[in-house]
Ligand binder design. Structure first.
Ligand code: MG
Ligand code: MG
Length: 256
């Protein structure tokens, strides 16, 4: 199902996007060497509750996971890239952490992810990895406007990722979003321009380029949720929820 939001729904989507952005910004600011992933989860839970919003994750139980997720945010460290289940782990200097958060408020969901390095270490490989996903996300957003096709966005994202030398996995990618977190259309992180659904005003999309240094293969961790690189290499992931407007794309989850 593809939803087209009306003006009132779009106003609520902006509220949801701003909330997700504010929570992620706050969590990134609080996270330091020694922070436990379970603390981040508790902080997210409290901020969602304080805002009177609803977690899209806590009861989420898709076919690819093991029962309800049971937590409020995805915390993926180093070789973990998607759906990282918060667990009792204290972050170390130089860890590459991805926080991925989806929250619903006013009946509309917003979804965003950010990767960053913990502490002050800036290992070059990790910096380059994060930079590639951020540039790919920007390229995908720049391609999003009324009349563009989903394939144009996939192509823009994939061109940056492959240009940076990373293999691209097409199992998981961006998606439509609206009254629920995951909707059609699926937006692979590489593709052919001029193909797929034609964008129009009122469409909400979550674009989410993610990469692993030297593989396109994922393995599921023993927790049944966390997806890791098959080779143990580092990974990164950047995501924004955008609204297609008459003028182009509006980023709803932009962190100030
Ligand atoms: Mg997400
Ligand atoms: Mg998403």
């Amino acid at each position: 199902m593809i939803e087209i939001l009306n003006t009132a729904e779009l106003a609520r989507a902006r509220v949801a996007g701003a909330l997700v952005a504010e929570i992620l910004r706050t969590l990134q600011g609080r996270t330091t060497v020694g922070t436990n992933l379970l603390d981040i989860d508790r902080w997210a839970q409290a901020m969602i509750a304080d805002a009177g919003a609803q977690s899209c994750y806590v009861d989420y139980a898709p076919s690819f996971g093991r029962g309800p997720f049971g937590h409020y945010i995805c915390t993926s460290v180093n070789d973990a890239v998607l759906h990282g289940l918060p667990h009792d782990y204290r972050l170390a200097e130089g860890d590459l952490l991805t926080l991925d958060l989806a929250v619903s408020t006013g009946g509309i969901a917003a979804d965003s992810a950010v990767s960053f390095l913990v502490g002050t270490a800036r290992p070059a490989q990790s910096v380059a990895l994060i930079d590639a996903t951020e540039r790919a996300l920007s390229a995908g957003i720049a391609a999003a406007r009324p009349g563009a096709r989903i394939g144009d966005l996939s192509y823009a994202i994939g061109t940056v990722l492959s240009g940076a030398g990373y293999p691209i996995n097409t199992e998981f990618g961006g998606h439509g979003i609206g009254s629920t977190m995951h909707q059609d259309p699926h937006i692979t992180n590489t593709g052919r321009p001029g193909r797929g659904y034609t964008l129009r005003p009122g469409l909400l999309l979550a674009l989410e380029p993610w990469v692993m240094v030297d593989t396109d293969r994922l393995v599921t961790a023993a927790d049944g949720w966390t997806l890791r690189s098959a080779t143990g290499c580092r990974t990164a992931h950047s995501e924004h929820t955008i609204a297609i407007t008459d003028d182009g794309a509006e980023i709803l989850t932009l962190r100030s």
